[in-house]
Design a protein around this ligand. Structure first.
Ligand code: HEM
Length: 442
């Protein structure tokens, strides 16, 4: 492991921490040029960073059996439990098999209806000339939409309300809370976080108990499906497992979609020519009727916009830990090595994406996209841990844009600065203030 080249800029005792604190995204990008596999020192703790498509693929796909999720996920276990994103080995395989059918095509049409209704409600709530903080609006919209598909019944209504209130507080502080030392557990800084975590948990438990007592087999929402799922032995999920899976979906599927939508609104406002093309296509395919599940694949311009947004502003990095000795990029990593996969570096590689910081959805035209090797395009991960909600996310984002954009033209508040990337798990925008103008107004 010591043979793996040390990334530049390590300071004795502190390692790369000062560099990372200053500008983590810049560090991730610069590492790409230094080599496919590097060592970073977080204080005195070494972590290995895979920066090339080949080394990332070796970890995520080729040698996936030699890895588990690792330190970050262990620290988050008290908050998110042991849901799909956090479980490993045979438990993960079993649960993934049980959950997968919830994302089958037959189910998606029902979710699409819920998504369209909520997108219409959002569009109805705006008035001409109103200023909105797109990042905040999309944050609470994505939570509400996901919560409404998770618990679509009347029983679930209080849970949707609570999740909308409590989840943003949890998401904002989750990483800091998970990484904070145990002796700070009773400090007042965590009071609001802990209160929200306890309340959300108890509301979800309540919905699970009530739904179980009703006839969950009849429901088409995710909760009913989780309650009626059975493995080969006929066993289903316990209430605790159902809660962990619901919480995991809420954590994995709300901020990611909100960030994608906010950046899409920003880039479309900056590129009215792309917006015009998108609206023309919508007019041709959908016209005046409400957008439906069947329309989604007929709207390639929106897909290209989303693909480009996620290339630029997707999940920045993923974490793993080796469970056994394994060779990656020609170097032997012993068991218990922490590994970081830098997707940000991959998706801004200038050799594959000339002028990589430029927003250009045409990069995803079929003939251009076909030239790019598959392992280079991994915004949803790859292999056995690939995002289970990828199609759900793209459908939600497509239906939202297709419902809002024909009615409203969103433009930046005059004088506002372009959004900067904040560096949580997604490179989500710090603030996106915009004015909504009715379409047709110049
Ligand atoms: C733009 C939106 C989204 C992005 C960019 C995204 C990205 C990702 C990525 C990169 C992973 C792999 C993590 C890893 O390998 O460590 C992942 C896993 C996961 N995502 Fe998503 N995701 C999105 C939306 C969603 C949605 C909407 C849901 C649920 C409805 C969801 C549920 C999950 C779950 C449960 C996992 C864990 C899968 C497993 O380990 O088996 N995601 N996501």
């Amino acid at each position: 492991m010591t043979a793996i080249p040390l990334a530049k800029g390590s300071i004795p005792g502190l390692g790369h921490v000062p560099r990372l604190l200053r500008d983590p995204l810049a560090v991730l990008r610069s590492l790409h040029a230094e080599g496919p596999l590097l060592r970073l020192n977080i204080g005195t703790m070494p972590i290995v960073v895979a920066t090339s498509a080949a080394t990332v693929n070796e970890v995520m796909v080729k040698h996936s059996k030699a890895f588990k999720k690792g330190r970050l996920f262990e620290q988050m276990r008290p908050v998110v439990g042991n849901g799909l994103a956090n479980s490993d080995g045979s438990e993960h395989i079993r649960n993934r098999r049980l959950i997968q059918p919830m994302f089958y095509k037959e189910r998606m049409a029902g979710y699409a209806e819920v998504m369209r209704e909520l997108a219409e409600t959002l569009a109805d709530s705006w008035s001409a000339g109103q200023q909105i903080d797109v990042d905040e609006v999309m944050g609470s919209y994505a939570i509400e939409t996901l919560a409404a598909t998770l618990f679509s019944t009347d029983i679930g209504r209080p849970a949707v309300e609570s999740v909308r209130e409590d989840l943003p507080i949890i998401l904002k502080n989750m990483l800091r809370r998970a990484l904070a030392p145990r002796f700070t557990d009773n400090w007042p800084i965590w009071k609001e976080f802990d209160r929200s975590a306890v309340r959300m948990r108890s509301v979800i438990d309540d919905v699970i108990a009530k739904t179980r007592a009703s006839e969950p087999g009849n429901g088409t929402d995710l909760l009913s499906l989780l309650l009626s799922a059975r493995d080969d032995t006929g066993a289903g999920f316990t209430d605790e497992e159902v809660r962990d899976e619901l919480t995991t979906m809420l954590f994995a599927g709300s901020e990611t979609v909100a960030s994608t939508l906010s950046w899409a609104m920003h880039h479309l406002a900056e590129h009215p020519e792309v917006e015009r093309e998108l609206l023309k296509e919508l007019d041709k395919v959908v016209g005046d009727r409400p957008v439906s599940f069947a329309d989604v694949p007929q709207l390639p311009t929106i897909t290209r916009v989303l693909d480009e947004v996620i290339r630029l502003h997707g999940v920045v990095s993923l974490m793993r830990r080796t469970t056994e000795s394994v060779t990656i990029g020609g170097y032997v990593l012993p068991a218990d090595t922490e590994v970081l996969l830098s997707l940000y570096a991959l998706h801004r590689n200038p050799e594959l994406y000339p002028d990589p910081d430029r927003f250009d959805p045409d990069r995803w035209l079929p003939e251009q996209a076909a030239r790019r090797p598959r392992e280079h395009v991994v915004p949803f991960g790859a292999g056995n841990r690939k995002c289970i909600g990828d199609k759900f996310a793209w459908m939600e984002a497509t239906i939202t844009l297709a419902t809002i954009l024909p009615r409203w033209k969103l433009r930046p508040v005059p004088g506002s600065k372009p959004p900067t990337e904040s560096t949580a798990s997604m490179a989500h925008p710090a603030r996106v203030p915009m004015i909504v103008h009715p379409r047709g107004e110049s």
